[in-house]
Design a binder for this molecule. Sequence first.
Ligand code: GLC
Length: 528
Amino acid sequence: MPPWLENAVFYQIYPQSFSDANGDGVGDLAGIIARLPYLRDLGVTGLWLNPCFLSPFRDAGYDVADFYQVAPRYGTNADLRALFAEARGLGLRVMLDLVAGHTSIEHPWFQASCQPERNRYTDWYVWTDSVWTWSGLNQPVVAGYAARDANYFPNFFWFQPALNYGYARPDPARPWQQPVDAPGPRAVRAELRAIMRHWLDLGASGFRVDMAGSLVKNDPGGHATAALWREFRSWLDEAYPDAALVSEWSDPAVAIPQGFHMDFLLPFNKPGYTSLFRRALPAAAPYFDRSGGGSIRPFLDEFLPLHAATRDHGFIAIPTGNHDAGPRLGNGRDVRDLAVAFAFLLTMPGVPFIYYGDEIGLRSIDGLPSKEGGYGRTAVRTPMQWDASPNAGFSAAPAERLYLPVDPAPDRPTVAAQTADSASILHVVRRLIALRRAHPALGAGGDFAPVCAEAGRPIFVYRRAGSGEVILVALNTAGAPGEARLPSGTMTTIPRVLAGEAAAFRQDAAGWFVRLPPVAYAVVATGG
Ligand code: GLC
């Protein structure tokens, strides 16, 4: 386990929308480099960049046309190297996005694979044995795409053909389904390793792996895919022990023991993550909601077993949001609501990820036309808002040439305004990150246990511990005051206030209790 993960806090950058240095309306690497001091001052220790490689950008760069070349609109490979080096100089590590499962139809490998004549790339993608045979039962969607008499397996959008990692259970009646150790899948695995080696050698610190859980096809339980990642992980442990992998799998109990250092909790499959900040079911309020109608239980009931199953092997990553998940945390929340949400995100075990702009409460913009395959996701991909200059300081281009419009709201949050206001959410986030980094008990691997977490109650108290330190965190998400009594023995010494409401933890004849004003939090040290 790379030791730097223990107190890591990541920041996700969607490069299109972060900072445009050359004035063409699209963010770029030079723009990111110029903003590194801001990120250092924020206190984050790592960056994750969405794909920045050559691409026709039909899926925002998740349709890669050359894994070894930076997209010209973002700069050059030398710029990416410079970003790695400058970031490192400021104590920041950079993770790239590894789109392992597919390429663009424009990738030369795929172009070659489309040819009827056998060649090096014939088996690099999943192809059926005839244009009349579909890759999946209900998947005639791209039948007849190529001169080759076969159909390919689209991994996500139709223009993202699946790379061939083989089938865990190839169907003998469908001989085109190759086993994982066939020459094609072996060559693809070797190439993926070469891609990782290439960027790690140039200074990358690891990868966020796109659709990591679905590489091997017909793989119930993900066992063959997991075996593949175990293989990569043993290689990394040997050759690049400082490099980290975080998966887009959203099944930490599978992904982490099998090789990933971290796995994201995401809105897929289970309701836990969604129930925190976003409405999971039409009727239910999220836990972080002023109505007080939400509950922390749907999250905890999912998280506690996952934490227990993974804590000896790696870390669960809880993101504030990402380029796929909306609405943004900032929607409908004021500085107090956001402060309580960040107090939670930045004191939980595992590794927190902040989606660019969430630290100032950037809001999503509904109703935009789809951009680069964004569809509904376009709402959460609008430009970062830096200051009061045109285009909120994102770009010097005319407004109509921007990648996406900047939030037109007169009260749109900006970094400059919030830097000047010590009560802003930006300052709260900075203080909470600093607190996390200063206390090992709040680190990724510190103990975690709920203390008061009753269904349907807006008060949630939990305990973090590590390196002889015990820290209690109390949250009240509701717009009404709240109170909870602590089980005896929770408080081992008079609490020392670290953040939030100073007088939250109190004592009476019956013992300790916590009392919080509406929408408030407190972090205290006790014992150790
Ligand atoms: C992942 C990415 C998403 C992309 C898809 C296909 O889910 O996060 O943005 O569209 O994979 O690569």
